[in-house]
Design a protein around this ligand. Structure first.
Ligand SMILES: [Zn+2]
Length: 464
């Protein structure tokens, strides 16, 4: 075992300051919850004005251009989601900010949770250099199933949802993109749509309310939408209240903007332990991690573009060299900037030629209802496609199409998932990334800059 240390990528698009569009006439984000009989019912009180099966994206330069500077210019939010800063945590700050731990809806949720059952696991501390302090934690016995310490994915606590970290089906590439919706993603989303490729999209709450058309496009295209926290922090270093708020307000943001409430989430940097998992479970959320990491976010910063391309090539080769003959994988990639999205478009044709299935995680796990609502379902995994002999590139693409997720209306199907078979590869580097976007409401540039300065200094250590 050795310790790998990587720096977190920082992508900062500074198109802020001019856009103080915080006024609104109608708010879709108001909730009327005051009591909750059980915490898992929280999503029933979200009053979204968005029909997830009938989303219209306004044709404005930001939604039609492929020029990032145009795409990332502030726009008036859609009429079915009027952002009112007073009703949300501050963008890119802990989700308890702006008084959000004291709202009646949050209090109702908090009080519905039986905290006496919460695991007594310490809130982790940061070292002065920003890395997690693991002093005193036994990484070998790993009592808390702390992924950052051990890549543990099977909770040691009863009643906690077990992580998904790999696709069980053979020759399957689980396609996941973190940190969106990115304001400059039009070309990438156009590509995915043209190629009928569906991915799991892990959206950051701050980005969702900041770039609502971006999130709506993800839902409209039938991608598997999941929660990636409000402010993208190391979750094990946050208090119970903060963890709950990071997840809750992102769930709310995704519901308000897209009309669905996810049942899956991914921790920033993969930093999760049984305390954080337990809180996520209270919200009906299951953790999705990965077993292959491209480190694409680091291309051009702490890693060369060539080294990330080599990593992609290596993972692609695994599709034909027998590595995934009996199982699949989930790859960590990002919607963080033009570099990562260009890499995705560069390699997806090769990925599809090398793998039988290139699909979102809900599909690969045969989870046909990946949202709390029953309005949107995803087609089941196409078992016949999966069991046929290794296909040539052309028929492989057909298999992908038939197995890919599609949005359909109607009642929820059985949402049982297959047990994840053991991954053929060990968990890879634990480094996720940090992004930001042009701001609807960034009241303090200095605060944001301080946040990213801290993130830039951040070093993440883990055993592998
Ligand atoms: Zn991330």
């Amino acid at each position: 075992m050795y310790i790998k240390i990587s720096a977190v990528a920082v992508t900062l698009i500074q198109v802020v300051g001019f856009a103080q569009a915080t006024t609104s006439t109608v708010s879709a984000s108001k909730s009327t919850v005051s009591t909750l009989s059980k915490p898992q019912d929280y999503w029933k009180s979200f009053n979204s004005l968005v029909d997830p099966l009938n989303i219209t994206i306004a044709a404005i330069p930001q939604t039609t251009s492929n020029d990032p500077s145009v795409e990332c210019t502030y726009y008036e939010p859609p009429s079915n989601f009027k952002y009112n800063a007073k009703e949300w945590p501050n963008l890119w700050e802990t989700a308890t900010s702006n008084g959000m731990a004291n709202t009646s809806e949050f209090q109702a949720l908090y009080n519905a949770i039986d905290w006496s059952k919460a695991p007594k696991i310490d809130v982790r501390k940061l070292n002065t250099d920003g890395s997690i302090n693991m002093t005193g934690y036994d990484q070998n016995t790993d009592p808390d199933c702390w992924w950052s310490a051990s890549t543990c994915t099977k909770p040691k606590l009863e009643g906690v949802n077990e992580d998904i970290y790999t696709c069980p089906e053979p020759q399957t590439w689980g396609l996941t993109y973190d940190d969106g919706p990115n304001c400059s993603h039009n070309a990438f989303y156009d590509y995915l749509e043209a190629e009928k490729i569906k991915a799991s999209m892990f959206y950051i709450g701050s980005n969702v309310v900041n770039w609502p058309y971006g999130a709506q496009r993800g839902q409209k295209a039938g991608h598997h939408i999941a929660d990636h926290t409000w402010s993208h922090q190391l979750m094990t270093t946050l208090t119970n209240t903060e963890v709950l708020a990071e997840l809750y307000y992102t769930q709310k943001a995704i519901k308000m903007v897209t009309g669905v409430t996810p049942i899956h989430w991914r921790p920033a940097f993969g930093d999760v332990d049984d305390r954080v998992r337990w809180i996520a479970t209270q919200l009906g959320l299951t953790t999705i991690l990965w077993d292959l990491d491209t480190d694409d976010w680091a291309a051009g910063t702490s890693e060369t573009l060539e080294s990330v391309q080599k990593t992609y090539e290596d993972f692609i080769a695994m599709g034909t060299n027998g590595t995934f003959k009996n199982s699949g994988q989930i790859v960590l990639t990002h919607e963080i900037d033009n570099t990562t999205m260009t890499l995705a478009m560069e390699f997806l044709p090769k990925i599809r030629a090398a793998y039988k299935n290139v699909i979102d995680v809900a599909t690969c796990m045969n989870i046909t209802n990946p949202y709390h609502e029953s309005t949107v379902t995803i087609a089941p995994f196409n078992a016949s496609a999966a069991s046929s002999p290794a296909a040539a590139a052309a028929s492989s693409a057909d298999a992908v199409h038939s197995a890919a997720a599609s949005v359909t209306s109607g009642a929820a199907s059985d949402a049982t998932s297959k047990d994840g078979s053991k991954a053929a590869v060990s968990a890879a580097a634990a480094v996720d990334s940090v992004s930001t976007s042009a701001g609807i409401q960034v009241s303090s540039n200095s605060l944001l800059m301080a946040f990213f300065a801290a993130a830039a200094a951040y070093l993440f250590s883990k055993l592998m």
